[in-house]
Design a protein around this ligand. Structure first.
Ligand code: AMP
Length: 213
């Protein structure tokens, strides 16, 4: 099964995808994480990508497709995968159609105020990728991951100015994908008012929607 998570930055794509990956037994692929890995490794692609990421802009479609293809060709993706952060443009959705058959697209709809608050206070575990929030989802011990004991950090692009740009880019380039997938009968919506619910609860709701599809 191939699942796509759609939604603005900070809508919870990574959080829910990381819960569902365990429940469904298929890998969670975050193109943002793949890009950050390339940047950390200092590859040619990583160096090119860093300029876009730091400005909150999208990496050109052909570059991100190359990164995605390298990942989905790995054997653990044979039974499917969960995509978080891809596609982000209609052109990317068309590229994806050529390499995989999407089964369901989960659209997470969250107001901007909630997003800004979430991203500005977001903390991520450098080791296992678990996501915390300095205000609403604090780790038991400051700066330390509850799950694996790894160090927590703030993403450089979670700065207010960059967040604003990422939201603009989302509206302009990614939002048209909602209609793209609606027209193809693949879209399911997760309602905003449930977003204060614990992540596990929302993930179960998403799982029910997936099972009904
Ligand atoms: P994310 O972790 O999904 O918020 O992605 C962080 C950054 O990586 C984005 O702001 C983009 O610069 C880049 N990126 C991730 N996925 C894509 C994509 N599908 N297309 C273009 N750029 C991407």
């Amino acid at each position: 099964m191939i699942i796509v998570f759609l939604g603005p930055p900070g809508s919870g794509k990574g959080t829910y995808a990381s819960i569902l990956t365990k429940k469904l037994g298929i890998p969670h692929i975050s193109t943002g994480d793949l890009v950050r890995d390339e940047i950390k490794a200092g590859t040619k692609l990583g160096k090119e990508a860093a300029e876009y990421v730091n400005r909150g802009e999208l990496i050109p479609d052909e570059k991100i497709l190359e990164i995605l293809k390298n990942r989905v060709l790995k054997p653990d993706c044979a039974k499917g995968f969960i995509l978080d952060g891809y596609p982000r443009t209609v052109n990317q959705a068309e590229d994806l159609n050529k390499i995989a058959k999407v089964d369901i697209v989960v659209n997470l709809n969250v107001p901007d105020e909630v997003i800004i608050e979430r991203l500005a206070y977001r903390l991520i575990c450098r080791n296992c990728g678990a996501i915390y929030n300095e205000k609403t989802l604090k780790p038991k011990k400051p700066g330390v991951c509850d799950i694996c004991g790894g160090p927590l950090y703030k993403r450089e692009d979670d700065e207010p100015e960059v967040i604003k740009e990422r939201l603009n880019v989302y509206r302009e380039k990614t939002q048209p994908l909602i209609d793209f997938y609606k027209k193809r009968g693949l879209l399911v919506e997760v309602k905003t008012e449930k977003f204060n619910a614990p992540p596990e609860e929302v993930a179960n709701e998403i799982l029910n929607l997936i099972n009904k599809k």
